[in-house]
Design a protein around this ligand. Structure first.
Ligand SMILES: Nc1ncnc2c1ncn2[C@@H]1O[C@H](COP(=O)(O)OP(=O)(O)OP(=O)(O)O)[C@@H](O)[C@H]1O
Length: 268
């Protein structure tokens, strides 16, 4: 009999509820997801559909007292919603990397890029300083920041938006995480740079077998990168399937509208 490997990530019945108003407000309902090693899955939906809340919960970054999370987020079988915080911190940046829409808010403005790219290595490994630098420089080159030595010594404000996003990506993958969560990583960038970042994510996935959870409002982008797509609306999953199924044969009106909103020139 074939040995059935458990998925890298399994989200079961995730509900996220805010308690900061008089009446509690649920923003994510019964979210389910299975992500296998090396797989790329996309979450797509319009603004306010609950994509970011879901991504933040999976990344273990929703720890506010005024919200309640129900369900399970199993990373290699361990429930991130109920495990001790110290356990979660061991995974963040090491096993689970994250990139967000606006690197300017994620990067520390007063620290040089090299320092920030190396941060997870400093936190999670005993690798000596010189070796950390070498690893960071080679990674900066691999995310196509060709003048790596120069970029290493620069501050975030000295880089363009696209370069900052590449540096963020390098910082997110320096420990070779098994899972990369990318929440609208290309939204602030122009179309050409967007395509380059998507290509880069594909390269990382192919070379390192990194599983990627890619969050975007742009169905065209999602379908180019992801094998499977989850469509969200108003906190609910409305449709899920392979990129091809969703794009070629959408079942839900909402998905059809998302496809219709894509300019003809960028449709597949
Ligand atoms: N503190 C809060 N209290 C109540 N509701 C909130 C709070 N923060 C966010 N929300 C709501 O949660 C819902 C989901 O937001 P989320 O950021 O996940 O959407 P999104 O799909 O990622 O959209 P966007 O692409 O604009 O970020 C939204 O309706 C938002 O208004």
């Amino acid at each position: 009999m074939m040995d059935k490997k458990s998925p890298l990530l399994e989200v079961i019945g995730l509900n996220i509820e805010f308690h900061d108003h008089l009446v509690p407000e649920t923003v994510v309902y019964d979210f389910d997801l299975t992500l296998n090693e090396g797989e790329i899955v996309g979450i797509v939906g319009e603004s306010g559909s609950g994509k970011s809340m879901t991504a933040l919960a999976i990344a273990g970054l929703l720890s506010r007292h005024d919200m309640e999370k129900k369900g399970q987020i199993l990373y290699e079988g361990m429930d991130l919603l109920s495990c001790p915080r110290a356990q979660l911190r061991k995974l963040q940046g090491k096993e689970i990397g994250m990139v967000f829409q606006e690197p300017m808010t994620s990067l520390n403005p007063v620290k040089k890029i090299g320092w920030q790219v190396e941060e997870s290595l400093r936190l999670h490994t005993q690798i000596p300083k010189e070796e950390r630098k070498e690893t960071a420089l080679s990674l900066l080159k691999s995310v196509e920041l060709t003048e790596a030595e120069k970029v290493y010594k620069m501050y975030p404000h000295e880089l363009s938006g696209g370069m900052r996003q590449r540096a963020m990506l390098a910082a997110a993958i320096i420990c070779e995480p098994k899972l990369l969560i990318a929440d609208e990583p290309t939204t602030a960038l122009d179309v050409t740079i967007q395509a380059q970042i998507v290509k880069l994510l594909k390269k990382i996935n192919e070379q390192k077998k990194t599983a990627i959870l890619f969050i975007s409002h742009d169905l065209s982008l999602v379908s180019r990168l992801c094998e499977r797509v989850i469509v969200m609306q108003g906190g609910y999953i409305v449709e899920t399937g392979s990129s091809e199924e969703i794009f070629e044969n959408p079942k839900e009106e909402y998905t059809k509208k998302l496809i219709a909103a894509i300019p003809k020139c960028v449709r597949k």
